[in-house]
Design a protein around this ligand. Structure first.
Ligand code: IPM
Ligand code: MG
Length: 373
């Protein structure tokens, strides 16, 4: 029996191709694992009305972790039209499997490394080494929202908040509300992940990225928890506080000054895309969705339907996701080997996909990395 059992979730489009690339590297590094395929994505939405079927949820429950490629998702109307005729009009609503997975398995920490590999022509600067910690289960992604707004809900809000009076006359069909829900526990979990990581890897600063001057209650709670945790438990690590808008400017101006960034779900989503672009963009951005007992690893790019079947996209983000998985499993040495092999291939600059100005194919890059192992 293999040492690890891993759910293998290629999903749609180029997800399938980059997963093939990751497999080449995992096999070469010698990870002792059994990979079990799981159905997920747009195909299953169209044919079954569920992009994340129950059988796949069961599979995840029976594995150590999952490696995930990419999925196609579309806005409400397009998703509705794509459903098989017999599923039309049944009130099925598309929702993102990756967001569902994060909540269902309580994968509270989204860790997103952004490393400027030396020799990458796409680097904005060559001295960037950031890690974004994004809260992954609550905030604006809690999914608690209404349109139209139920009358009772508005009445209750008016009763409890005087600022709601401004919306007292708006037609309920013309009113939409999305809530931003924070819990103390949720704040503490992501902050702890960030501080622990900084401590373990010897990073000098943790920057909390919020907006407590305006969003007083939620951002305020998180910043207060950050101050408390730093003072009581991590006195050797500096806590920097930055508003999310200013952070976007600083990340363009002086990205090399930052090390660990920590933020809530939506702001973390935004700053992690910004940070990813500083070090080469979609082809380099990977994510680890980590909970107490399970984790899902993915590149942050989508399924790129227009490139499907062309084996054109850069698999480095996916291979980095596999590397994060290997590390999380505790195979530290193997993870280091993968990182080193990736760095070498980028530094040599001989095998590059189109985004890096080359004409190598997805699997050429994977094979070049495997050769270094
Ligand atoms: C990400 C993506 C997802 C998110 C989408 C695909 C739902 O942007 O992982 O950053 O918003 O979290
Ligand atoms: Mg995103």
């Amino acid at each position: 029996m293999a040492k690890y059992k891993i759910a293998w979730l290629p999903g749609d489009g180029v997800g399938v191709e980059v997963m093939e690339a990751a497999k080449i590297v995992l096999d070469k590094v010698g990870l002792d694992a059994e990979y079990v395929h799981g159905d997920i994505g747009w195909e299953f939405w169209k044919s079954e009305g569920d992009p994340f079927p129950e059988r796949t949820i069961e599979l995840l429950k029976n594995t150590d972790c999952a490696l995930f490629g990419a999925i196609t998702s579309m806005p409400k109307e397009e998703a509705q039209k794509a459903l098989a005729p017999e599923l039309q009009g049944k009130g099925l609503v598309y929702s993102s499997p990756i967001v569902g997975m994060r909540q269902l398995f309580d994968l509270h920490t989204n860790l997103r490394p952004c490393i400027a590999f030396s020799g990458n022509p796409l680097n904005y600067r060559d001295d960037i080494d950031l890690v974004v910690f994004r809260e992954n289960t609550e905030g604006l992604y809690a999914g608690v929202e209404w349109h139209p707004v139920p009358e009772g809900l508005r009445a209750a809000m008016m009763q409890h908040h005087k600022k709601m009076a401004r919306f007292g006359e708006t037609d309920l069909n013309d009113l939409a509300i999305s809530t931003r829900i924070f819990t103390r526990k949720g704040c503490q979990r992501i902050l702890r992940s960030a501080f622990e990581y900084a401590k373990r890897t010897g990073r000098p600063t943790v920057t909390i990225v919020e907006k407590p001057n305006v969003i007083r209650e939620t951002s305020g709670l998180m910043v207060r928890e950050a101050r408390k945790m730093q003072a009581e438990e991590y006195p050797d690590i500096q806590l920097w506080e930055t508003n999310v808008d200013a952070m976007c400017m600083w990340l363009v101006k002086n990205p090399q000054d930052y090390s660990v960034l920590v933020s809530s779900n939506m702001f973390g989503d935004i700053i992690s895309d910004l940070s990813a672009q500083l070090v080469g963009g979609l082809g380099f951005a990977s994510a680890a969705n980590i909970g107490d007992n399970y984790a899902v690893f993915e590149p942050t790019h989508g399924s790129a339907p227009k490139y499907t079947g062309m084996y054109k996209v850069n698999p480095i983000a996916m291979i980095q996701a596999a590397r994060l998985m290997v590390e999380w499993l505790g195979e530290t040495e193997m993870a280091e080997h993968i990182l080193k092999a990736v760095s070498e291939v980028i530094a040599e600059g001989k095998v590059r996909t189109y985004d890096m100005g080359g004409d190598a194919k997805t699997l050429d890059v994977a094979n070049a990395i495997a050769e270094k192992l």
